[in-house]
Design a protein around this ligand. Structure first.
Ligand code: GYE
Length: 335
């Protein structure tokens, strides 16, 4: 009888412990795959800006979830800050309180990280910055993996210099990303530097479109009301906003892109917008690779095996142009 009671107690205790295992939002079931124990999985907290905010962000989120799967030895916990910088900082503090093994951050805003990253450091939790950079001491994070936003902007302004060569007047409207995001800061700085260096370039208007197609369309419609045919260049800091601007131009009966239309600059080079580049609606689309999951997984595995990643791991990036891109190039791309 006593043996039965002991067995019954152990079984009951096991069932109650499984019931309180925190649900992870990574891919795969909430129980460890065959042959492994939950405690052999590397627990990673992923503080994402806003998982479905743009085509780029959706591809980025999926890339991390696919690479840091349970099958690959990870227990991924995704926190979506809904592009709220203060919430994202508290999401990171939550990961520290949960005693995760690693923290990944795609920072909504460059600023506000010193305290919480100091807490992660005290807790001995390595922090990997992915995509966005931040204004904090490099001692507070292990490494950064992402694209070069200022250099992306230079690729775009180099194309603009050819479009508006021989003193041709450029009258530019500028749709910025969410203010304070390092992608916005870098791409904006490149444009502002180029405007300062070209006396025939004029900035008619500048405003954040919050990375959003609808917001950018509304802003562009008001600029068309105000400036009309004077506008001959749109510098949109991501594909979704470039699409919104094109919709507004076409609804106003104006031509977007091509040799003679309003020149359209975009960033991200998501497949759907490379198709628009091939159609000539986007003139210059600068790549920013969202598929950073495998790189992050490799960095964590390197650390797990005693290695030390480089402080900065940037990814190769290129640009696509309406008069040279082909369907074959688009078909060969992974996103
Ligand atoms: O350009 C935009 C997303 O940080 C590079 O964030 C990323 C940017 C990307 O919202 O679409």
């Amino acid at each position: 009888m006593k043996k039965f009671l002991v067995v019954f107690f152990v079984v009951a205790l096991t069932i109650s412990l499984c019931a309180c295992t925190p649900q992870t939002s990574g891919s795969g079931p909430s129980t460890a795959p065959e042959g492994t124990q939950n405690n052999s999985l590397i627990r990673v907290g992923f503080a994402q800006c806003k998982a479905d905010e743009s085509d780029w962000r959706k591809a980025n989120t999926k890339s991390v979830q696919d690479a840091l799967s349970r099958e690959n030895g990870f227990d991924l916990i995704l926190a979506d800050s809904n592009n709220d910088a203060a919430k994202q900082v508290s999401d990171v503090q939550g990961f520290i309180d949960q005693e995760v093994d690693y923290i990944i951050i795609a920072a909504v805003n460059e600023d506000g990280w010193d305290t919480v990253l100091g807490n992660a450091q005290k807790a001995g939790i390595p922090v990997i910055l992915m995509d966005r950079t931040i204004n904090a001491s490099e001692d507070l994070y292990t490494c950064w993996l992402g694209g070069g936003f200022y250099d992306e902007g230079v690729k775009a302004t180099d194309w603009m210099a050819k479009r508006f060569a021989n003193g041709k007047q450029a009258n530019i409207v500028h749709l910025q990303g969410q203010l304070g995001a390092s992608a916005q800061v870098g791409r904006t700085q490149a444009l502002e530097d180029a405007i300062g260096a070209n006396s025939n370039w004029k900035l008619l208007a500048q405003q954040t479109g919050e990375w959003s197609t609808d917001t950018a369309k509304e802003i562009m419609a008001s600029w068309i009301q105000q400036y009309g045919a004077e506008i001959n260049c749109v510098y949109a800091e991501n594909d979704n906003m470039a699409d919104g601007a094109i919709q507004a131009l076409e609804e106003a009966g104006m031509t977007a892109g091509g040799d003679e239309g309003v020149a359209i600059i975009s960033f991200d080079a998501n497949r759907a917008y490379l198709q628009m580049t091939l159609e000539g609606k986007i003139n210059c689309n600068v790549e920013c690779n969202p598929l950073l999951g495998p790189g992050v997984a490799a960095i964590i595995k390197k650390i797990e095996s005693g290695g030390q990643p480089n402080k900065k791991e940037s990814v190769e990036e290129t640009a696509f142009y309406y008069d040279t891109i082909t369907q074959e190039i688009i078909d060969a791309r992974p996103y």
